[in-house]
Every structure is written in structure tokens, then in C-alpha cells.
Design a protein around this ligand. Sequence first.
Ligand code: ATP
Ligand code: MG
Length: 551
Amino acid sequence: MSDIEKPINFIQEVINTDLEAGTVKKVITRFPPEPNGYLHIGHAKSICVNFGIAEQYGGGCNLRFDDTNPEKEDEEYVNAIIEDVRWLGFQWQGNICYASNYFEQLYAWAQYLINAGSAYICELNANEMREYRGTLTEAGKNSPYRDRPATESLALLEQMKVGEIDEGTMTLRAKIDMASPNINMRDPVMYRIKKISHQRTADKWNIYPSYDFAHGQEDAIEAVSHSICTLEFAANRPLYEWFVANLPLPSRPRQYEFGRLNLNYTITSKRKLKQLVDEGHVAGWDDPRMPTISGLRRRGVSAQSIRDFCDSLAVAKTDGVVDMAQFEHFIRDDLNNNGRRAMCVLNPLLVTLSNCEQDEEFTVPGHPSRDDLGERKLPFGAQIYIDRNDFSEDTSLARKKFKRLVMGDYVRLRGAYIIRADDLVRDASGEIIEIIGSLVPDTVGQDAPEGIRPRGVIHWVSASQSADCKVKLYDRLFNKAAPDTGEESFLEHINPDSLNIIEGCKAEIGLADAVAGDHYQFEREGYFTRDSDSDTLVFNCTIGLRDNWKS
Ligand code: ATP
Ligand code: MG
């Protein structure tokens, strides 16, 4: 995908113009997550855009935690986000940045605006403030505190900071325009009182800056040249620009907005993902059904396929919904190229080969076209397992329809002999518990002899030398294309059959040493990786071999 020349997007156009005009010397971007949840596939797009642009223009991208709201933030999220960005393969420039490192500077700039007559302490409570704000069609009213002297506001701000004022009774507001058609410009709040301990600044602050007052100033401190965010911030841009114009900042960043990534059959909202975790609908943030980076990783999706998918998306000024099948195409393509081949029998049925006289070992390629993926050893003996679904007693089944083992007929074992089913052993209830068969000598790596036509090729494992394992098959987490757009809760659209655990599987012996993050194609079954959260051998199905999901 990356080989294909893509037309430049509107952000690249802006950057090219800025570089040509000399208004920007070094392109600096940032990825600014709030540490209030784990990153999801939507964030991956933002990461790829921001780090990708920095890389393309020989600039840098900052990883900055927008930790201005300690109520919802946590160190666990900080660590998970760092791990995810690294795993995706990106390196930020310099140290990790934190909005909280700039609290002193932001406070000083707040004082600056008060002194300039452009900010004031307001004593309206939340309800009153809403009333005074007006509506989309109606201008707001000036706060009665709007023209209080700067000295008074400065003193009150200090009292707010040290914790002498009650929460919800005062705010610091920018003095802009209560009649502005843009509600964001109607004297927006710069600081709120929150007597909450912060994960990095502890109890030093009893006030925390609003997103609007913090974000652009953080960009300016870090000399960010292009502050790229998602479309919902377009209406905040005039305010971003107002602060940049009215403060003595060390640089003059500019904000640009592009469309969020939305995927069908899933949700990309940290708040809702957190709800799935908190209410136990999934096993955690990294549950392999989650659209989080950590969930995708545990599921077996490679970082490269996430990047390729994100690079294939338009960076445009409109929001859109991308079809999950598009993402799955990249996942499958990558795994087909990079997944080692292996055999695993999900529903084992014992086959005893009556004429097998000795144990053998076959050597087969790790991948049909990748010599660098080496070879595998497959032990073979008189007893093997095949999948129950690969056998039928019904001799009338058409060869074309059932290319597997049928009573009295032949099938080839992948990488081994042609065998025939001769007899059956049943338990007391009549269920088949064993096939008695025979092998056709000299058919390993050889064409079938005259008169023998195997129906097809099936996978198998040695019964005496195999690895016991459990396999987890996943379906989509939601059974509605747009689970969070209706009147009803998105929880109503959770697919009750999104996880199917298969116990008692038998894998080829080499898989006993599988490591989480190694990718395999289990022949005829799908793509798998070892689960990172189990002591025993558990494989997660990343995705099926082909798209057979019916909507
Ligand atoms: P959420 O809505 O999931 O809570 P957020 O925007 O509040 O996401 P942040 O931590 O603020 O989460 O996001 C960090 C960056 O990632 C922001 O620049 C944001 O615009 C971007 N981002 C978040 N979700 C998406 C998405 N679905 N597509 C593209 N970029 C996104
Ligand atoms: Mg946000």
C-alpha cells in the first residue's frame, strides 16, 4: 500500500505553503491524548497522521498527555498509551510532555490576561452561567462580575488556587464577547476549582485549566507548528486563535481539523469503551474483541496492518464511517504474508492407521513463499488427529462438495501421506470415537498412484506428539452497523455470541513454544496468535482466512 503514490492531503498542502513562504522552519506536530482511557483504532489514525507528517517533513512529533482533568485520569492509562504508541512503531521527539508541566506558565498567562483587562473572576454558578450564555439564536448577557477590577480578580484567583474558595462558586473567564455567534467565544471558562489531587502535581493545585485555555498554549510552549485535531474542535478554533493573539506566547501555532475515524460494527469513544470494561461486558481494555490498540494487539493484529490501514484512509475535512471489511482486508493481507503456517485440529477425532509401521518426521516449510520463515518438523505415527468436521460416513457425498475424508475413500494429509478410512469405532451412544484407516505407502511429497484419487487435502496432527490447547474464536462485538446512533443504549447491540471458546484442541508440537505476538496461519482455519494473558496454551483467532461475515 505504501508504494502507491497518494495525492497530498489538505494538511500537507498547508505545510508545503508554510514551508515555501518561510513562515514555518521546522514542522512540529503532537499527539495529545487525555489519559482517561486506553487508545483505540480512532486514535491510531491521529497517531499515524501526526507522526507520519513529522516524519515526512523531517520534523518531530511530541507525545503530550493532556492531563488537565484529574477526576478521570490515571497513571495506568498513561503507561498503556506510551506502550501503544511505541508498539505502533512511533518515536516521539525528546521527552514525553505533560500539560501539567505547564501549570505554572498557564497560571502566569492567566494573570497576564487579567492585567490586560481580558479575563475576570466570575461568581455565577453553573446554572446561572448557562442562563447568561444565551442560545444559538439569542445573544448572551454580560456577567455582573465582568468589570470587576483586575486586582480583585488576581487576589481571588490566588485564593482559588490555594483552596480557599469552594468548588463551583467561582471561575476565571476570558472577557471576549457575550454576543458572539460562536458560543465558544462567550466569555469561556479558563479555570475551574477542583479540589482533587492530581496524579503528577498531587495537591499543589485546586484549580485546573480548561481544554481551551490549555491546549493552544501547550502547543505554543512546545513550538508546535501545526496542531492537528479532529473536526469537533473546528468551533473552538476562533478561541484557540484568540488566546494565541492575546498572549505573549513563545510561538504562534495554528490549528487544523480533519475527520475522525469511525468504523462500523464498533465504537470509538473512550467513555463508552470504559463502560464496556467497567460493567464487565468485556474482560478488560485489552479484551481481544475491543477496538483498542491493546485489544487488537492481543487479538493478533499487527502494528504494520494498523498503520497500513490508517495510511489508506483519507485525511479530509469530513467525518465518515469506514467499513470494517476495509480494516480486515489489511489485517488478513499482512497475516497472509507474515504468518507462519501451522496445523491445529480444533475438534479432534482419532485416526489409527493400521498399516503404519514406524514413526517418522516430515519437514515442511514455515511459509509457502517465505524461505526466511524456516521449516517445521511434523512428527507422524500410527495415530493422528483430524478434525471431526473433515470426516463423513456418507459415501454418497459428491467429491466436489466434500473434499475431505469419506468412509472408504482417500484424502491427503497436508505434508504427509494419502490415507483411506476403512472402519469406525463407536462409543456406547453410537458416536464415532475413532477412525480405523490405512496409509498409501510412498505418497509423501509424491503424486497419487494410478487409481487413487484423494478427495482433497486436510490438516492433522500427531496424536502422540501434539500440544493441547484452547482456541478462542471471536465475532464482532456488536451486531448492528452503527451501535451507538439510535435512541437506545449501544449496550443493547452487543453480540451475545462474540466469543466462542473451544477446549481440547490439538496443535502441532512446535506450537507449544508459541509466543504472544507471533502470528500463525492455522491451515484451513484462520490466523491466530498466542494469548498474552494465559499461563496455559491459548490461541486467539485474529481473523478468518476469508471474509465470510454476513451482515
Ligand atoms: P474519545 O472521544 O474516544 O474520548 P478523545 O478525542 O476525547 O477521544 P483524546 O485523548 O482527547 O480522546 O484524543 C487524542 C487525540 O486523538 C485527539 O487529537 C483526538 O482528536 C484524536 N482522536 C480521538 N478519536 C479519534 C478518532 N476516532 N479518529 C481520529 N482521531 C481521533
Ligand atoms: Mg478529547
